[in-house]
Design a protein around this ligand. Structure first.
Ligand code: RNT
Ligand code: ZN
Length: 413
């Protein structure tokens, strides 16, 4: 009996069908974020740091400096990740010799990404870039007191919606355009209300045009604090939960954007009662919103378990948001994305019916015994089988691939 057949039998003893889990895992796309490949720098022809409190640390060799380098790195990463893929692009990643300001970007500046994505069978998601720009230096954009600055950013946002909708139309699926603004204050504001009203009005203006939801889905992302906006963020969780509920947008939950002890997985079932669809930025905060590469740890396993147990996979879009430049950037993508997939597979392999039965009968002893006993089931054998069927490497063979690709890109200046 093969290792997989043996594992299949062990799961079957618990009433779990490993084949069904594998088939379902194949259909769950993960939107990989382009910005892990270049430390959130982008391809605008100007210098400067990412700003907005976003901080990539490290100087590992091999940062992608051009769209072609980034695409080559992505292509390698995708080749090591079994399953269906999406790419999450930011507006600062345009591919053109022109130098449009943020309020001048057009679809043609991104057309090469669509050609490449279609060739590679990769769905595209998008984001307006409200940071790393002189008009964002006050850490105020859509909520800025100056109407001219607000209008600039509203125009940027409108253009990204148009571009995202055209991505969606060109690809025949919905592109998510996710709005995150850095707006906030370092010290205690006197007026917490006025900036929030301005943000709401700006968002309304930005989202006013009705676009086809088969091609575009708008999402809004909250944040608790950032460097330089410790005392107050305009777009807090409550702000956007209310906004998304009232306006019908998606709500983006970034795992680094809450108090460090909050359980983000616990929020899914509550949020899902108020909003139609959810976007996740799966990330790993360490003491603060540090955007560490995600591990296969309890927080990720809990997230995946909630998605499966609450039947939310059909209306949750899984995106990643981490960036680490102290290690191989391509390895970070591959290991982090595979960790998300491993977590989903583990969740799909849980004997949920039996666990639910124990719980609903208030038999917490059985529930407890089961959750602990099933931790010893051979999840790794099912993952290895999945990788083999999808032609992706595992273990030492994977490490060799990652290492050899990294040594090729290490020669970049
Ligand atoms: C910032 C937000 C946001 C960004 C990306 C680059 O704290 O998490 O999602 O990380 O847009
Ligand atoms: Zn995020």
């Amino acid at each position: 009996m093969s290792i997989y057949d043996n594992a299949r039998q062990q799961f079957a003893d618990w009433g779990v069908d490993t084949e069904a889990a594998i088939e379902q895992l194949k259909t769950i796309p993960i939107s990989m974020h382009c910005w892990q490949g270049d430390d959130v720098v982008g391809f605008e022809k100007k210098s400067g740091s990412s700003g907005g409190g976003i901080q990539a640390t490290g100087n590992h060799p091999g940062r992608a400096r051009t769209p072609d380098e980034l695409r080559a790195d992505l292509q390698f990463a995708y080749s090591q990740i079994p399953g269906v893929h999406r790419l999450n692009l930011h507006a600062m990643y345009l591919d053109t010799d022109e130098t449009p300001d943020r309020d001048q970007i057009e679809y043609r500046h991104f057309a090469s990404w669509v050609d490449w994505a279609n060739e590679q069978n990769i769905g595209l998601d998008f984001n307006p870039t409200f940071f790393a720009h002189e008009k964002a230096d006050d850490n105020l954009t859509l909520a800025h007191p100056d109407q001219g600055i607000r209008d600039f950013w509203i125009e940027h946002g409108k253009r990204t919606r148009d571009i995202a909708a055209q991505f969606g139309a060109a690809q025949g699926n919905a592109c998510i355009n996710n709005i995150w603004v850095p707006d906030g204050m370092k010290d205690h504001p006197i007026d917490r209300m006025a900036p929030r009203k301005r943000l709401e009005n700006s968002l309304d203006a930005m989202l006013s045009e009705q676009l086809d939801s088969r091609h575009l889905l708008d999402a809004v992302e909250s944040k608790l604090f950032g460097i330089g906006v410790e005392a107050y963020t305009v777009g807090s969780h409550e702000f956007y939960l209310g906004f998304a509920t009232r306006k019908g947008t998606l709500l983006c939950l970034d795992m680094g954007h809450f108090h460090p002890t909050e359980n983000i997985a616990d929020k899914l079932s509550s949020v899902a009662l108020s909003v139609g669809e959810i976007l996740l930025h799966v990330s790993r905060p360490m003491r603060w919103d540090s955007d560490h590469v995600i591990l296969l740890d309890d927080s990720i396993l809990a997230m995946a378990q909630e998605l499966v147990a609450c039947d939310l996979l059909g209306r949750t879009h899984i995106g990643l948001d981490f960036f680490d430049a102290t290690i191989s950037r391509t390895a970070a993508w591959v290991i982090g994305t595979r960790n998300m997939q491993k977590a989903l597979l583990r969740a799909l392999l849980l004997p949920l019916d039996q666990l639910r039965t124990a719980e609903i009968s208030l038999d917490f002893t059985t529930r407890f015994m089961m959750t602990e006993e099933i931790k010893d089931l051979p999840f790794n054998a099912v993952w290895a089988e999945y990788c083999e069927r999808m032609d992706a490497k595992c273990g030492k063979a994977l490490l060799r691939e990652l290492d050899s690709f990294q040594s090729k890109v290490s020669v970049r200046g």
